[in-house]
Design a protein around this ligand. Structure first.
Ligand code: ZN
Ligand code: ZN
Length: 353
């Protein structure tokens, strides 16, 4: 009899994740089998569970037709290589790795440029094929594995999505980071890890805008220069004061109509807004402000496989960002997703089989 594995799967939108057992896969061709050490629970897993994004004005972007259910969630996976297909070279049994889930078709223009995360026909782990809410994960090719050496695999798992997403978004501010503090909207898992990565990049730091007092506290502990409650009537003034003058960079990790509006109205001439969050909603853009203030409004979506390797090198040199990691047994996958959906998670939940 073949060895079995367990996984937690999305079987229908808005339905509690179900536990399944299936035969443990045998890697063929270039495939690599990881024994999962940790699988991060990400906000986009909540969106997958919901089956859509909110575009505002009662419009929704559904991906129900693009997902094949049942699907094992989990796109932030760390583990140990336990089996190799006959053509899988360049990685050794026993290697401790994180799996880059951002796998493209390798044929489209984005993939040819190395931007597999922007592929038009993605094959992402935990989205388009089974992910890491399981005790084993099949990775199609060793090129998607980044060795992490002595780094703690459980703490490293979130580098794959929340780490990479913030790293790639922060890089879009370029030399500004070293010249001036920026504003970060949102101190969830992404906001806290962003503070740590900003420091590693030699940044001047960030002022954090966040509704939840517990998350503001966590942001202070993670090194925020100041924190601001966006419900205050003078949020923009407070932000300008805390940043010590001009507001030239805003990283919006919430991505709601309100947060993007706050950013556009607060940014000074030459300012840049990078939107990462997918909370949803719509904004009315005062169009003349874009040319008059020479604003750049840029979206940032995850990051490339090469950027993930850069990030692991950065973390190996500077140490893991001081983000709280809430380790929970894999059997609590459904509860963890529910807690995240209700805003009850500080930092990052990592499921441990
Ligand atoms: Zn994610
Ligand atoms: Zn592609």
């Amino acid at each position: 009899m073949r060895a079995m594995m367990q996984c937690y799967q999305l079987t229908g939108f808005h339905q509690e994740l179900g536990r399944s057992e299936k035969p443990r896969p045998e890697p063929t061709g270039t495939e690599v089998l990881l024994r999962v050490a940790g699988a991060g629970v990400c906000h986009s897993d909540v969106h997958l569970w919901e089956g859509s994004y909110d575009l505002g004005a009662e419009r929704k972007l559904s991906f129900a037709d693009r997902l094949k259910l049942p699907l094992t969630l989990g796109h932030e996976t760390a583990g140990e290589v336990v089996a190799l297909g006959p053509d899988a070279t360049g990685i050794a049994l026993g290697a401790s790795c994180i799996a880059c889930s951002w796998i493209g078709c390798r044929e489209c223009v984005a993939c040819e440029a190395g931007d597999e995360h922007l592929c038009t026909a993605p094959r992402f782990l935990g989205v388009n094929r089974d992910g890491g809410y399981a005790d084993y994960l099949l990775v199609p090719h060793p090129r998607y594995l980044v060795e992490i050496g002595d780094l703690d695999p459980v703490a490293s798992a979130p580098l794959v999505c929340s780490g990479l997403t913030t790293y790639s978004a922060l890089k879009k501010f370029g030399p500004l980071l070293a010249r001036q503090p920026i504003a970060i909207i949102g101190a969830g898992g992404l906001g806290l890890i962003a503070l740590g990565i900003l420091k590693m990049l030699g940044g001047k730091g960030a002022v954090v805008v966040e509704l939840d007092p517990r998350k503001r506290e966590a942001a202070t502990a993670a090194g925020a220069l100041a924190t601001i409650d966006p419900r205050a009537p003078d949020t923009a003034t407070q932000l300008r004061q805390a940043l010590g003058g001009a507001v030239l960079g805003v990283l919006d990790l919430v991505g709601s109509g309100e947060t993007a509006t706050l950013a556009v109205e607060t940014l000074d001439k030459g300012g840049r807004l990078v939107i990462v969050g997918l909370f949803g909603g719509a904004m009315t853009l005062a169009v003349p402000l874009v040319p008059m203030k020479a604003l750049t409004i840029q979206g940032s979506y995850i990051g490339s496989p090469a950027e993930l390797s850069e990030l692991v090198a950065l973390v190996s040199e500077h140490g893991m960002p001081a983000t709280p990691v809430d380790r929970r047994p894999l059997a609590q996958a459904a509860q963890a997703l529910d807690d995240l959906r209700h805003g009850k998670v500080v930092g990052r939940v990592v499921l441990v089989p």
